[in-house]
Design a protein around this ligand. Structure first.
Ligand code: ATP
Ligand code: PRP
Ligand code: NIO
Length: 497
């Protein structure tokens, strides 16, 4: 298998084996077409933060649009054997998969939206077999991009309006990790990427400086700067720390002076080691004294939101931040714990049976229903989010209950402005949604983040945004949990309304 073949292959087998074994089981039981509702949501904001930025929907749409079992996929599935060397799947099931077309309804919260724990980012309604099959790919796409967009939003917030350049490809989790991270980091707040393929594929603006090896390749540092400056008279950034940082700044200034007559524009220097506050302050003095007051100072070296905050508080003169490893790998929390849970199943008579997954911890108990998220807001920002069952009538008086601590409640004044966050994306398998462009998604994320109170955006013990269950849904869920516990957990987690 060559790399190019990986990128050309059908993605229909990009799922866990158990999705296919369950699909086979549902098909054998005659349950394949039974209408089901699943929700994709996470339980905790990443990085001990107060918010999350949704991302990855455009990838998920592409995945769902191509979902169709190809002959090569079916040949592979036909080759799979069980422990007694018997075929894992019978041919008639593979014929079913061959004819299968995606026919689910998918509703999703648009990319760039600020979201909170327990809110369905994606709701899938359709034939049980199909809706189950797509669990793993939806999670792999949405979990990762949402995580990285959130990390990037935190980094950009720390930079307080300074440009953040994403430099992460070399440390990213493989090729797709690098590409998806560049996309998500751009959504979250990075202004540019160094990943040229991400520039080509997604239209993200590129930026870059040069490496230490460039300086090492010449006899002297000044020769290296001169050569680079001649090659890029308007776009050079000199990396000044290969030997001695402040001597490097002086060499950069001398080179800029030399090339001035040729119209050279002294864009920036980059610092990549040492005490970035001290060195940036000293570098700024040298640059200003030489008349280069507009020359920028880029810093890199394992930066994250906390180091950037600290450097800013220390009075650093850095005004462009190159951030790689920590942002694209989300080093301090390398996965978002998004899950995909069955919440309702339709009976033959058309009635819904609501489903629940119990857990010892209430926080991990899923929410039954056909859920929607309603966001209440005022002119000055977001007020609260309510998760409710769209299939039931809402009471007059709106009370939102924290899903983990039911003593925390918020009553919403009648007539408050609101919008529902889940939007139709696929209707009966047909795409009905025009995905916004990447710059539009990025702009939305910026606007959304600015609607959040500062106390929710802070890193340390952020205020928790009121996002919870509509009161009657909360009661329904708790009653169901209690009933199931009484039955000793041995019976199906379900309730007919
Ligand atoms: N003034 C500062 N305040 C807080 N953190 C800083 C400051 N200056 C640099 N840092 C951070 O401290 C860490 C320094 O790491 P380390 O000591 O490994 O780098 P270095 O020795 O300076 O450079 P390198 O190993 O890349 O040559 C980096 O994450 C850097 O961003
Ligand atoms: O530190 P990051 O946030 O990941 O930013 C990207 C890093 O990649 C480059 O150096 P590289 O890591 O190749 O070498 P270095 O560690 O010796 O600087 C660059 O000089 C940055 O330091
Ligand atoms: O352009 C840069 O300066 C760059 C790119 C990738 C990694 N580190 C730095």
């Amino acid at each position: 298998m060559k790399l190019k073949d990986i990128y050309a292959t059908s993605l229909s087998l990009l799922t866990d084996l158990y999705q296919l074994t369950m699909a086979y089981g549902y098909w054998k039981q005659g349950m394949a077409e039974q209408e089901a509702v699943f929700h994709l949501y996470f339980r905790k904001n990443p990085f001990k933060g107060g918010y999350t930025v949704a991302a990855g929907l455009a990838y998920a749409i592409d995945y769902l649009e191509q979902l169709r079992f190809q002959e090569e996929d079916l040949v592979y599935l036909a080759s799979l054997k069980g422990s007694q060397q018997q075929p894992l799947f019978e041919p008639a099931f593979l014929d079913y998969l061959r004819e299968m077309r995606f026919t689910c309804d998918v509703d999703a919260i648009p990319e760039g939206t600020v979201v909170f724990p327990n809110e369905p980012l994606v709701r899938v309604r359709g034939p049980l077999l199909q809706a189950q099959l797509i669990e793993t790919p939806l999670l792999t796409i949405i979990n990762f991009q949402t995580l990285i967009a959130t990390k990037a939003a935190r980094v950009a917030d720390a930079a307080k309006g300074h440009k953040v350049s994403e430099f992460g490809m070399r440390r990213a989790q493989g090729i797709d990790g690098a590409l998806a991270a560049s996309r998500a980091a751009y959504i979250g707040g990075a202004a540019t990427t160094s990943n040229v393929l991400a520039g080509k594929l997604f239209g993200i603006p590129l930026s870059g400086t040069h490496a230490h090896s460039w300086v090492q390749a010449f006899t002297t540092e000044q020769e290296a700067f001169r050569a680079y400056g001649e090659a890029f008279p308007f776009d050079s950034v000199f990396l000044v720390d290969t030997y001695n940082t402040l001597e490097g700044v002086k060499n950069a200034i001398a080179t800029a002076n030399e090339l001035k007559q040729q119209g050279f524009k002294f864009n920036a220097i980059r610092l990549d080691s040492g005490d970035l506050t001290y060195l940036s302050v000293e570098a700024r003095k040298l640059l200003d004294e030489a008349g280069y007051t507009d020359t920028n100072i880029v810093a890199s070296n394992d930066l994250d939101e906390h180091i950037i905050t600290s450097l800013r508080q220390e009075g650093s003169k850095v005004n462009i931040w190159g951030v790689g490893t920590q942002m694209v790998t989300a080093c301090d929390q390398p996965a978002l714990g998004g899950v995909y849970k069955l919440a309702a199943l339709q009976q033959k008579n058309g009635d819904w049976t609501y489903k629940i997954k119990l857990s010892e911890q209430l926080a991990k108990t899923s929410t039954p229903g056909i859920l929607q998220v309603r966001r209440f807001y005022t002119e000055s920002g977001y007020l609260a989010d309510m998760i409710f069952n769209e299939a039931e009538t809402l009471p007059e008086r709106i009370v939102i209950v924290d899903p983990v601590d039911s003593t925390r409640r918020k009553t919403i004044a009648a007539g408050s402005a609101s919008k529902d966050l889940l939007e139709p994306v696929f209707v009966k398998g047909k795409l009905q949604y025009t995905p916004p462009t990447l710059p539009e998604i990025k702009a939305k994320a910026q606007q959304e983040l600015s609607s959040l109170h500062e106390s929710i955006r802070r890193y340390l013990n952020p205020h928790s945004y009121p996002a919870g269950l509509e009161e009657s849904l909360h009661h329904f869920k708790i009653d169901l949990v209690l009933k199931l516990k009484e039955k000793g957990n041995s019976e199906n987690g379900e309730e007919l309304l």
